[in-house]
Design a protein around this ligand. Sequence first.
Ligand SMILES: [Zn+2]
Length: 512
Amino acid sequence: MKKLIFAIALAVFAAVGGNGALAADGQYDLVILHGRVIDPETHFFGYRNLGIKNGIIETITEDEIAGKEVIDAKGLVVAPGFIDTHIHGITKLGRKLSLLDGVTTALATEFGVLDVDKFYDERKKWRGNYGATVGLDLARMKVLDHYTAQDDIEWLTATKKVAEKGASNWSTKIPTPEEEKQILALVKKGLDRGAIGVGIAVGYAPAGITAREVYEVQKLAAEYGRITASHTRFGSGRPPQEFVLGGDEIIANAIYLGGPALFQHFHNADWQLGAEILEKVQAQGYPIWGEIYPYAAYSTQIGSSFVSVENFKANGLDISKTVLDPSTGKFLTEEEFSKLRKEHPNHLIIVFSRKKEDIPKWVALKGVFIGSDAMPALDVDGNVLPEDAPYEKIVTHPRAAGTHARVLRVARENHIPLMRVVANMSYWPAKRLGDTGLEAMQKRGRIQEGMVADITIFDPKTVKDNADYGAGKNGLPPTGIPYVIVNGVVTVKDSKLVPDAWAGQPIRYPVR
Ligand SMILES: [Zn+2]
């Protein structure tokens, strides 16, 4: 009898659970065994087993544990899922590429979206976590060009459609007081609908957006305590339009207004000064951060204001060695460049304007987010490709497919601490955005008990990017990232998408 009571007590204890060592078989939905766990917040880096249940990391233990699904992570690093603060291609294929690159959360912050409800509603069945700012440039399109972004929320399609109408007020017109009121009302509406902040791509409309308009929009974001993310004004390395002056504008407003700000892809001309300014304001406690991606070339539409023959010449750049057409994999001559710019201003180009030697220096920066600036995965004619399209068909900047693996490879090759780069790709964006009150980010970016199980598992010895600038190579996925887990669901397995994994959640403020 005594024996029986003891057995019952033991069974009850096991059923109640909570202790990994005593967990019965199948207690956890998923266990990740024998991996080297890295947690940038606590600076922990050691061998542990993880038990995951209901999308949450329930146990981190040295004990043997069992679960319904098992990942053997021997020889692999178990890191917080990567949070990409700058993505444009939130199409199904674009999101697939970033998931294969370890990104569990992708945020469209630069151009943002206009119809915030629509953005979130359309992604109810989505593979990775998703979020967006409300975009000033799109609000300007609606008010100044009467373009209602009903069908497409991606800036690329939006700018194309506006250009087809022959309209360009969004980028060149200084609004009347009445128009400005309408623009601000649209931005405010986006914030009320839970946008994670405002996106001010003033670099695309430097002649139309006044300093006061930037200030007023940042003021709105600051009133809500949310970020201003900005592709800042100016794109030159020389006076009077030095790139870093555009950063100063956003940073100064953030200080005046007490709001958080993100200086996007600041690894342009005089990036060392940008990095020093960011360090100084952070040392004084201001919530102002920077973001880079690890490529010497940028990508944009050939008609963009800062992509001009004059600007290239002023900066000593030879167009025939600077501007690549990814649809052909060839550099454009000055003549071809001018023709394409005039006739097809929305054509995507790749511009080699930065120094390759600086890549490891950007990757080594402390507390700087990695924002891939992923462009949509389009075909050679500029059409959106389906999720299962062959990778060779994708025409884009390789950053859409390889940013995070590249950071890990560059770190390995240059002896940059893994803790630092993993922090830049996961913990820092989660911490900074979480500090603005964004609850979904307070529970991510950490491998700790009680945190959301967004996890990226990679091989530190072999992980590398494969996407490159040559034709047919732009969208090649990386190697060495075998598993990506989103909200506890294995979404990438053996470096391939799991077909029925749709665990993505909205990253959004409560709707007011
Ligand atoms: Zn940009």
